[in-house]
Design a protein around this ligand. Sequence first.
Ligand code: GLA
Length: 353
Amino acid sequence: MPIHKEDFGQLPNGQTVHRYTLSNNRGLTLKAINYGGIITELHVPDRNNRTADVVLGLSTLEEYLAGHPYFGALVGRVAGRITGARFTLDGTEYLLACNNPPNHLHGGLAGFDKKIWATETTESIEAEPCLMLTCHSNDGEEGYPGNVAITVTYTLTRENELRIEYAATADQPTPLSMTNHSYFNLAGEGSGNINNHLLQIHAHEYVPADGSLTLTGKITPVIDGINDLTRPTRLATLTGAPLEAHGDNYMINHQSGQDIVPVATVTENTSGRVMDVSSNATCLQFYTGKFLDQLTLRGKSGCVYKRFDGFCLECHGYPDGVNSPEIDDIILRPGKVYQQTTLYRFSIAGDSG
Ligand code: GLA
């Protein structure tokens, strides 16, 4: 059975949350729940065909409900930080939830990561297992205008990819720019820090953030020895002293909705696992997991997560595009369809296919 459905837990109102297990013919297994669309597990074979769960996450629904740093979650309406938690659109000013002062982060206090999504399991025309999640965001939610209908599809492809497709429509102009916030550790969740991973990001420019993580809006060339990752770079050089970096917002495409292009390649040589990320999103937020120890969170394997135990590669539009439309126009208008696709392809170092 390529798709399996089971109960994962109950919300305080008694509603049952379900967990779906999808498997492809190449050894990939994905588990996701309809609370927040959270990817709770992703099992990937190593060079000896032993699988490990390569995403961070929690064991129970109660732990997810108690609060977590967006583990595996669908993020929206706008992923990342909107400066000052406000914007003006077509002459009207909108005040958003200021949930990461002084900014609005990841859609606010109750973003898409906390929604109960309706689900449908299907197969693609290539007989690949798909989980389709849909939800509505109401006019005024977290301060945003307009009603939005959202569909996200997780597919495990024959090319050994996790493909995430986002689509949405709105009845009023509204900013929309979604992502999935999975934390990866290709050596396996709970195996320690990410220092031995090699990361290559195919971007020559980034947008610096200030001390409060507010994006400055100045597209800047990447800096050799600091955040130029155009060549494979051992993550220890970023997570160790003296940098201890949290990551950066890299410019990938110059406009949203362009072709799907290579974004990043991650290699973990002990296991041999390689993950290639490609997307048609404008930006990549690389996040090192620096703030993972802000809460005491016991992962699925029983260990307490420490800083740098997992990293995120979040493909989305320019987060503050609503205040910097010259960088990226992230406004979804009635009659238009928002479409974003991100692929995570898994392979073994040295193998061609
Ligand atoms: C937070 C967010 C991440 C990222 C980092 C900063 O932890 O959840 O998406 O923006 O801050 O790099």
